[in-house]
Design a binder for this molecule. Structure first.
Ligand code: HEM
Length: 149
């Protein structure tokens, strides 16, 4: 299924897709870094309470709206006539990685709530390694959509 009216909007839809994915990725890369430093603070301390506010604002005011915008413009692009060959391998790999990214988003939301409840039990090392996951996914996604191997 495609929507003819989207054809004339194509360059704008793609521009806003790329703008929103940059915001989504930058927030997604930054949040686990905050978790790494948050692990170093005493529960209930002023420092820990400040990290809770930073994590809340990053998630609610940047990551969530940017993810919704990336999906919205991405789906509009997919519904634009002639843009996607649904049998192309690169598109399937991209979609799989994007779904994994959304899964990572869900995990960071859960980890943030653990910190909020002073119930985090994961180590700094855990969050350092977790921080690599969106980086790898982003690299694969961009290679797929631009190189189309
Ligand atoms: C969230 C769901 C997403 C959907 C449904 C989606 C879908 C699409 C579609 C249909 C295109 C147009 C391809 C074309 O013009 O031929 C596109 C372009 C693009 N997407 Fe996504 N995308 C999504 C997420 C992402 C993410 C998370 C990234 C990067 C981390 C990304 C990176 C790009 C880039 C760089 C382009 C421009 C490629 C070009 O200039 O040709 N997309 N996307």
């Amino acid at each position: 299924m495609t929507i003819q009216a989207l054809s004339s909007l194509y360059p704008w839809t793609k521009a806003f897709h790329v703008i929103s994915l940059i915001a989504w990725m930058s927030g997604t890369f930054y949040l686990p870094r905050l978790f790494v430093y948050h692990c170093d603070t005493a529960r209930g301390s002023a420092e820990s309470e400040r990290f809770k506010v930073m994590e809340y604002r990053l998630m609610k005011q940047i990551i969530n709206p940017a993810m919704i915008a990336t999906w919205t413009f991405g789906i509009m692009l997919a519904l634009t006539p002639g843009v996607i060959n649904w049998s192309a391998g690169w598109w399937h790999v991209k979609l799989l990685c994007v779904i994994l990214l959304a899964g990572f988003h869900g995990a960071t939301s859960r980890w943030r709530k653990d910190f909020l409840r002073d119930a985090n039990t994961r180590s700094q090392q855990f969050y350092r390694i977790a921080n690599e996951v969106p980086t790898v996914l982003m690299v694969v996604i961009v290679i797929m959509v631009i190189v189309r191997p």
